[in-house]
Design a binder for this molecule. Structure first.
Ligand SMILES: [Zn+2]
Length: 173
């Protein structure tokens, strides 16, 4: 196990995260399907780790999987996530973890629709959605030149209303 960029005690995480976020991110819990804040979110923007703010997924790779959880064909930044085998619950799955803070995000399955064939099944509670700043028609949205400019700024305001605060304690794990 490599050291995380963000290391906090469980007590600190408990204080920082909502109970639903803590259950997923620190206890590898799974929110009940169709309850997450972002399951049906179709807005353009990026999804960041609810624990540390690392950029993880983009709305451009989000698709409606019908499973009840936000689903993505790939991470926005490949190095931002870490995969490891998870054989709990008598299933052979691959766990998706935020590399920056070690938080549990969800699982990845190989039945996705994209060219890579992957389906990142991620808990809403592990994510904070950041709508695209520009409200214009977005004609330049898919410019390849925009890649690699992540992390230039860290917006601090207006974030507290997001997250899955409405669900609590529904984890089967
Ligand atoms: Zn994180």
């Amino acid at each position: 196990m490599s050291a995380r960029n963000v290391e906090k005690s469980e007590l600190q995480w408990r204080e920082q995260l909502t109970p639903a976020q803590y259950e997923v991110l620190r206890k590898a819990g799974t929110e009940a399907p169709f309850t997450g804040a972002y399951t049906y979110n179709k807005e353009s923007g990026e999804y960041r780790c609810a624990a540390c703010g690392a950029k993880l997924f983009s709305s451009e790779t989000k698709f409606d999987s019908g499973t009840g959880w936000p689903s993505f064909t790939e991470p926005a930044v490949a190095e931002a996530v870490e995969l490891r085998p998870d054989n709990s619950l008598l299933m052979r799955r691959t766990e998706v973890i935020c590399r920056n803070c070690g938080g549990h995000l969800g699982h990845v399955f190989d039945d996705g629709p994209g060219p890579g064939g992957q389906r990142y099944c991620i808990n809403s509670a592990a994510l904070n959605f950041e709508p695209q700043a520009s409200t214009s028609a977005g004609s330049a949205a898919s410019s390849p030149a925009s890649a690699g400019t992540a992390g230039a700024a860290a917006p601090e305001t207006g974030d507290e209303a997001s997250g899955g605060a409405q669900q609590a304690g529904a984890s089967p794990a």
